[in-house]
Design a protein around this ligand. Sequence first.
Ligand SMILES: Nc1ncnc2c1ncn2[C@@H]1O[C@H](COP(=O)(O)OP(=O)(O)OP(=O)(O)O)[C@@H](O)[C@H]1O
Ligand SMILES: [Mg+2]
Length: 312
Amino acid sequence: MIEVQHLTKRFVGRTAVDDVSFEVGKGEVVGFLGPNGAGKSTTMRMLTGYLPATMGTARVAGHDVFSDSIRARREIGYMPESVPLYDEMRVVEYLNFRAALKGLRGRAVKENVGRVMDLTGLKDVQRKIVASLSKGYRQRLGLADALVHRPRLLILDEPTNGLDPNQIRQVRSLIAQLSTEHTILISTHILTEVEMVCRRVIIIHRGKIRADDTPENLARSSRSAGMLTVEMKASAEEGSEALQGLAGIRRATAVPSAANGGWQQFEVKLDTGADPREEIAELTRGRGWPLRELRANQATLEDVFVEITQRD
Ligand SMILES: Nc1ncnc2c1ncn2[C@@H]1O[C@H](COP(=O)(O)OP(=O)(O)OP(=O)(O)O)[C@@H](O)[C@H]1O
Ligand SMILES: [Mg+2]
């Protein structure tokens, strides 16, 4: 659905997007992550034909977004970072106007505007002036606008930005609902949201793609994956030596701490794929060391995000 090759955008004195290539298949829901200024919005604006590229190509549903932008845009529902709304119009007028701009005519306008107002929960405010809408409703209106021409691809730039937790939930469940029928590229800073709705994650940092995989694989690749925490009554030296003697354990380090009734914590780094928890339990039993914690550390998408985006 999306094919991007060597896409590059240079602004005066700064390369915002630097030789980016990726593909998104039909039906995929992809999270597009990166810190502030990473190049997410710039990439999305190029993909949607709103910003010319300095170099490279982008195709949507087979149409070049630069040379064939009208056809490409017909396939795309784009919700920009700050939704540019016409403040003086009523909600329903605004959507009618947008639908007409996107080429809908006659009954198709009414039907589709009705459909997206239902979908996004805007029916009750359809007579309100856009300027009077709360932030949450403005976001919904942006989403309704993106959906009105029944695009196959949704490009959503931080759709939950600035919403309260209840509104975030509503938008998230709406996106989950949309994901059954649409291909979606969504940028956000809320990583739990990504873990809930995206089967794939692309991380961009300083204009370059640094990771592209499932959230699970990314978490597994994190430095904090493959670690155990062990807390037992053993001295720092004896404990770490004994742990290090077990197969599958690369390194065991006693965590420095104040006297704690004889309890000592150890950070254990494992060989790839190893799980020596049973052997550790046996060891402590054999040595008569009381054990009160034996925990496999679950790396999160946040761990990976921080590692990748703070590396340099
Ligand atoms: N029109 C412009 N002129 C000059 N520089 C720009 C322009 N638009 C974006 N930039 C710069 O390009 C870089 C990437 O910006 P972009 O908006 O794509 O980041 P982002 O990943 O969307 O960040 P955020 O999470 O803050 O939305 C930033 O350094 C930004 O200042
Ligand atoms: Mg942005």
